[in-house]
Each structure stands twice: as C-alpha cells, then as structure tokens.
Design a protein around this ligand. Structure first.
Ligand code: UDP
Length: 465
C-alpha cells in the first residue's frame, strides 16, 4: 500500500508543488476529526506536501451550541427552527475566523475545511481570495427529514462557495451539493496502537497488564495504573477477572466495543445473546461441536470508563439501562455476559486494550441503529474477526453481506441477532473465510494510505481546475 501510494504521489506531486495545504477544524483534541488529522498530515508531509493544520478559535459558547445543533440536525434530530439570530451569530464568528485564517493563507493555497463549524469562514475566504477550497463533511444521514432539510438550508450558501465537498457515503450528500461531491472513506492506521499486529506474548501481556485476565506467571511489563473493570452482580465495578475469569483466551468470544450510546444497540445485542443461551437447553439435533461452542461462548460489551463520561448524560443513562438489564439476568447468564469499562486516562493503554479485545474475539458485532461509518467495524475487520453489522449506512459501506460479514436487517430485533450468532458460532470455517475477506476489504479500501491517495487525487484535480 505504501509503495502504491508513493508511486501515485510521484505523478500528482508536481501539480501540488508551491501550493500549501491548510486543514482547518474546530478543536485540537477530542473527537474523531482531531484524531484523524495528525496521521493524515504526517503522511502528506512525508510525501513532501506542505500540509498544515489550523484550529479555529472562538470563545463564543453560543456558536458551539449552534454548531452542535446543526450537527444534530444533520443526523435528523433537534429543533429545526433556525432564524435570523442564528444566521447573525454564525456569520459573525465566520467573519472573525476568516480574518484569522487569512493571516496564514496566501493566494494559490488549498484550504480543506472540516465539518460545519469553520465552513462559513472557508466560504468567505474562497470568495475573496484566489485559493482552492474543499469542504470535508464527516457527518450525514441516509435520508431526508425536516431536520436535515433545515440544516442544509442553513449551510447551503456557504457550502456552495467551495470547489468540492467530500462525504463519507454517497447517501449523505445533500441535494444542494449533488454532482459536486466526492466520497472519501474514513480509514484506520494499521501501525497505531489500536491496530498494530500483536504477538501472542504481547497480547497476553496487554490483557494481563490491563486486568482482563489473571497474569499466568511473571510478566515482563507492569500492570497498567488503571485496569479494566467488570460489572458485578450487585451493580458495582470490580476487577474484570471477578468474580470469574471471562475466558478471553480459550472460549468463543463475541464482542461489541463502543461508546455507551443508545444508537449502538447494546441492549438488543445482549438480549439476542442471552436468548441463544436460554434456548440451548431445549434444542435437539445439534452436533456436539456446535452445542459446545454455544455453551462456552461469552459476550463482552465494552466501552469507556464511566468516570470519563462525566459530561455525557446519555452515556450514563445507557450504562444504567444495561446495568438494570444485567441485574435481571440469572447468575448463569450473568456469568456469560461481561460488561467491561475500559480506562480512558491513557490513550495508549485504552487503544492497546481495544486492540487486544478485538483480537481475542471470534465474532465482533456492531449492532448500531445509526452509524456514520463505524470505525469499530473497520478495526475488527482488519483483525480478521467475523463481523456482524446492521443496515446502518456507515456499516453498509464496509460490510458486503455474505462476503465480508453479516448485516442484520433490524438491529432492534434480538431474534435476528440470535440467528446470526448461532450461524457463525456453528461454523468456524465460515468465520475464517469472512474474516480473511474482511481484512482484504479493509486493506484495499479503508487504510490510511488509500485515504491519503484519495486526498492527493482530489487536491490535484481541484488545483488543475
Ligand atoms: N473506542 C475506544 N475505546 C472505547 C470505546 C470505543 O477507543 O472504550 C474507539 C473505537 O475503537 C473506535 C472509536 O472509539 O475507534 C469509535 O468510532 P466509531 O466510528 O465506531 O463510532 P463513534 O464513536 O464515532 O460513533
């Protein structure tokens, strides 16, 4: 992939020569875009593109409330009544931001503006300077609603000033930008802590250091200061090896790792898994291997430590709902479901734990009701897990049903989940074939090298007029 990227870059770089590229977004940390920019910029610079990063700076909390509302509206919810007051506020901050950006940008430069916050500022600059401007919108919904219409009516004028727009999926392109938009998929960095290959020793070391298994003997590296914790029968959080080992290294493991968000579909997944276990006693005619696989299988639901979601009331609510549902299970089924919170204090430790958990999983589920893209699916596919996704637009971009994984028609129907899990837990060969294809799919489409190639092509094409 790297060789291909270098090869393609050779023919594109002359077009970019002498043009500085400026990525503009609204924050330098927190959120997917801030995560994605450093590796993207690093690779562009490695290829000798003069790529730079500007973060917009405004201390007006009303502006971010408005852009959060626009974000929600693009996802189909929130109050669609946007009036003159909102336009004035957005216009004022956009003018100030444009002025600040203008101090850095020169004629001939390329501005790549991310998401709605700095969109207005980029539009102002594009209108008054001889620059190329591209708008990268990371959000979208695969249908039109009164809410999405309100958001796009508000943003249309600014968005149409740009040379190009870029979306994650064709379904997300609003009517006002049809014909002027390209698709660039999000991508993962295969060399990052979250995705890099792990030797068996390293994998066991991470699981033991992070408290997901008991150390099988003396370990090379010390325990992480903040280990993973597991929900206990009494509703408290305790070391993840209490009150018994989950069996990550020897049982069939089904996993979903996500933020504690209702749209991630944790609850129906747990119901579907428990139903599979419950029905096992009354099923006849199962071959012995299949029955054993169902008996031993365990479900791991993992997400960020609740301490780290202090300012996320919905996250707390969703975790509380799961806790209640878990409390209602019999001890036998409680033992088969591990609700795990992962430490968030160290980004590296968190990423290594996610990596290790995904690598221990035979099946990774992303049972989302709605999903912009779903990097958790990409990450699992890269680790050749058999993935079960839903029909959410982002997951449809990645998983071709029957080829790279399964797609559930209705993530809220536990029966469908039960059937898909049963099918995959029965057939190890199928899991392997799907996993291999999934890895190939990510290799060919969703690695950061492909993403950089697409950016180079788009920037070169825009510069060429
Ligand atoms: N993630 C993580 N730790 C967690 C839960 C999630 O690092 O405890 C990561 C996950 O590996 C993925 C990202 O958060 O990289 C979630 O991205 P995705 O596109 O799947 O969903 P989003 O959270 O953006 O809706």
């Amino acid at each position: 992939m790297v060789r291909e990227l270098r090869h393609e870059a050779k023919s594109l770089l002359p077009t970019l020569k002498g043009h500085r590229v400026w990525m503009v977004n609204s924050t330098h940390h927190g959120g997917g875009v801030a995560e994605l920019l450093p590796p993207l910029l690093a690779l562009l610079r490695e290829l000798c593109v003069d790529a730079n990063w500007l973060v917009m700076d405004t201390d007006d909390p009303g502006f971010f409330r408005l852009t959060k509302r626009l974000h929600n509206l693009i996802h189909g919810h929130d109050d669609p009544n946007l009036g003159q007051a909102e336009r004035d506020l957005y216009g004022r901050v956009s003018r100030d931001t444009a002025e600040a950006i203008a101090r850095h940008v020169s004629p001939g430069d390329v501005l790549v503006v991310h998401d709605p916050q700095p969109l207005g500022a980029g539009a102002i600059l594009r209108k008054k300077m001889d620059i190329t401007a591209i708008w990268r919108c990371h959000i979208g919904l695969d249908r039109e609603t009164p809410e999405t219409q309100a958001a796009w009516a508000f943003l249309e004028e600014a968005a149409s000033a740009y040379d190009h727009a870029v979306f994650t999926a064709p379904e997300y392109i609003p009517r006002c930008l049809a014909g002027r938009s390209a698709i660039i998929h999000p991508a993962i960095d295969p060399l990052s802590h979250k995705n890099r290959d792990l030797s068996v020793h390293k994998l066991v070391g991470i699981l033991a250091n992070g408290g997901l298994i008991r150390a099988p003997g003396p370990m090379l590296t010390p325990p992480f200061p903040d280990p993973a914790r597991r929900l206990q029968r009494d509703g408290t959080w305790a070391p993840a090896t209490e009150h018994e080992d989950i069996g990550l290294l020897h049982r069939p493991i089904v996993t979903q790792i996500s933020r504690w968000d209702r749209l991630k579909g944790f609850l129906p997944l747990m119901e579907g898994f428990v139903a599979l276990k419950r029905e096992l006693g009354s099923r006849t005619g199962l071959d012995e291997r299949h029955r054993r696989s169902l008996q031993l299988a365990r479900l791991v639901l993992a997400g960020p430590d609740p301490g780290s979601i202090e300012d996320d009331p919905e996250g707390k609510e969703v975790l509380a709902e799961l806790r209640n549902a878990y409390a209602g299970l019999t001890p036998e089924f409680q033992a088969d479901v591990a609700i795990i919170v992962l430490p968030m204090n160290s980004k590296k430790h968190n990423a290594l734990l996610v990596n290790a958990l995904q690598r221990c999983s035979d099946i990774v589920v992303q049972n989302s009701l709605q999903e912009g893209f779903g990097l958790t699916a990409t990450e699992a596919m890269w680790k050749h897990a058999a993935v079960i996704g839903s029909q959410a637009a982002g997951l449809r971009q990645q998983i071709r049903p029957g080829l790279d994984g399964y797609l559930l028609a209705n993530p809220e129907d536990p029966r469908e989940i039960t059937a898909a899990l049963d099918d995959l837990l029965r057939d190890q060969w199928k899991r392997e074939v799907l996993g291999q294809r999934a890895q190939q799919r990510v290799h060919d489409n969703f690695l950061i090298f492909t993403q950089v190639r697409h950016w180079l092509v788009l920037i070169a094409r825009s510069l060429a007029g």
